[in-house]
Structures are given as structure tokens and as C-alpha cells.
Design a protein around this ligand. Structure first.
Ligand code: GLP
Length: 245
């Protein structure tokens, strides 16, 4: 595990974008695993700037996103498909036919999870997987549980996650209660993992996941076993582990 210390959110975003940009420059036809949530938004903005200045070409890049809410179609403004278009894809020269995300409208959970695992397998895993971290230590939508789930799966979101995501919806009742998420196996299959985290409200999750035992109760802790894992964190997110660095 490599820890890159950043000053604040903007610094996290610049540092993470530099790593992703290097990946795309070194392998223009790479597969990027992408994430949603507020953590990667700044990273995407920095990537857009690099594209606009002529430093990045996304024309050969393929993407595979982590997760999607069950029941939201790609045009719903809180779907992760919509998030990816508005925060990144619509602003760079990526071919959106090359962008993969679970289909939240497929009622056949088993079929959808198998289809998505086949997509991931066809790539042999992502070259670089970008991740955020849930306040309860979840990655993708792999919630704290008794066991790590390997493949893409349909998860029932915990109350903590629904609470955390309610700010994006009109009411708590409107927040979807289920999601399709890439499993821990899909994430661990990627050749490099880059996790961005900022703010005091994630400090406990950072401590539990990256400085504690490897346990499905803190899903991100599995990343301690990944051979090429980089954590980009700001001072606030590292505030509980300063003595351990
Ligand atoms: C959601 C997403 C995760 C993300 C998490 C944290 O639950 N499924 O992939 O990491 O939110 O979100 P934020 O970055 O907004 O704190």
C-alpha cells in the first residue's frame, strides 16, 4: 500500500488525476474502472482540464463502472450512468459505446450480474480502478458484511449508506434501497487500485480499512492485500492515523 498525502480535496483531485493521466498516456487503449460519489468529482474535473489542454486522449479508452442503483434508468439524474455522463464522459472524447455500467433497470438480478462479470472478464480486469470510500468503509456498494462477495451482486444498502446518499434525493424514501455492484473479486482483479478520500467524516473508515485487520466488516480493508494499491488522502481523512504514518 502506497499512501500519498494531500493537503485538501483539490490536492487529492490533482494528484489522483495525474496518476490516471499517466495510465492513459502510457496505455491509450487502457481499461479504466470508474467510481461515482462526490470524492472523484474533482479528479474528473482535472482530467477534463487535461483533455482540454490537449494532454489526454480518451478515444481508445474503455471504462467499467463500479455500481448502479437498482430501479433508476440511465436518464434519471441520480443514476450513476447520468453522473458519469455529466461529470466526465460528455466532456472528453471518449466513445460512450466503450463505457460499461450495470443496468439498474434489468429486473433479472442474476442475469445482470452474470452479464457484468462477463464484461469485466472480457477485459481481464481494469488496468486501473478508481475508488471512493463509504463512511462505513464500503467500496463500490460492497457493504460491511460477514463475508466478502466475489462477483457482481445485488446488494441491499445499509441504513448508513441510504442516509449518506439521501442528500442527493428529494426525500429518504426516494433513495433506492438496492444496487448492483461489482464484487470484491472484480475490484481486486484490476491491475492497479487508486482510492481517493478526503474529510474528517471518512477518518474512522480510513483507520479501520487501512490500519486495521482485513475483514468484510470494513470492506475496503481487502485492498491491503492488493499488490498495487495507492491511497490518496487529505490531512483530515488521515487525522486518526497520523501516529501510524
Ligand atoms: C456511494 C458509492 C461509492 C462511493 C461512496 C462514497 O455509496 N457507491 O462508490 O465511494 O458513495 O461517496 P462520497 O464520495 O460522496 O463520500
Amino acid at each position: 500500500m502506497r499512501i500519498i498525502r494531500a493537503k485538501d480535496y483539490n490536492d487529492v483531485s490533482r494528484k489522483a488525476a495525474n496518476i490516471i493521466a499517466a495510465q492513459v498516456q502510457l496505455k491509450p487503449d487502457c481499461v479504466l474502472g470508474l467510481a461515482t460519489g462526490s470524492s472523484p468529482v474533482g479528479t474528473y474535473q482535472e482530467l477534463i482540464k487535461k483533455y482540454e489542454s490537449g494532454d489526454l486522449d480518451f478515444s481508445k479508452v474503455h471504462t467499467v463502472n463500479l455500481d448502479e442503483y437498482v430501479g433508476l434508468d440511465a436518464d434519471h439524474d441520480q443514476s450513476y450512468a447520468y453522473f458519469m455522463r455529466t461529470n466526465l464522459f460528455d466532456h472528453v472524447n471518449i466513445d460512450q459505446a466503450n463505457c460499461n455500467i450495470p443496468n439498474g433497470m434489468n429486473p433479472d438480478a442474476e442475469g445482470e450480474c452474470a452479464r457484468y462479470d462477463a464484461v469485466i472478464a472480457s477485459f481481464g480486469g481494469a488496468d486501473l480502478q478508481l475508488l471512493g470510500l463509504g463512511p462505513n468503509g464500503h467500496i463500490g456498494f460492497n457493504e460491511p458484511a460477514d463475508a466478502f462477495v466475489k462477483g457482481t451482486n445485488k446488494v441491499e444498502l445499509t441504513k448508513a449508506t441510504i442516509d449518506a446518499n439521501a442528500r442527493f434525493f428529494e426525500s429518504w424514501d426516494d433513495v433506492p434501497k438496492f444496487a448492483y455492484t461489482m464484487g470484491i473479486g472484480g475490484i481486486m482483479q484490476s491491475k492497479r487500485v487508486l482510492l481517493v478520500v478526503n474529510g474528517e467524516k471518512k477518518a474512522q473508515a480510513v483507520k479501520d480499512c487501512f490500519f486495521g485487520p482485513i475483514t468484510p466488516k470494513a470492506p475496503g480493508s481487502i485492498l491491503q492485500l492488493h499488490p498495487d494499491f495507492t491511497l490518496v488522502a487529505d490531512e483530515a481523512a488521515l487525522s486518526l492515523v497520523q501516529d501510524l504514518l
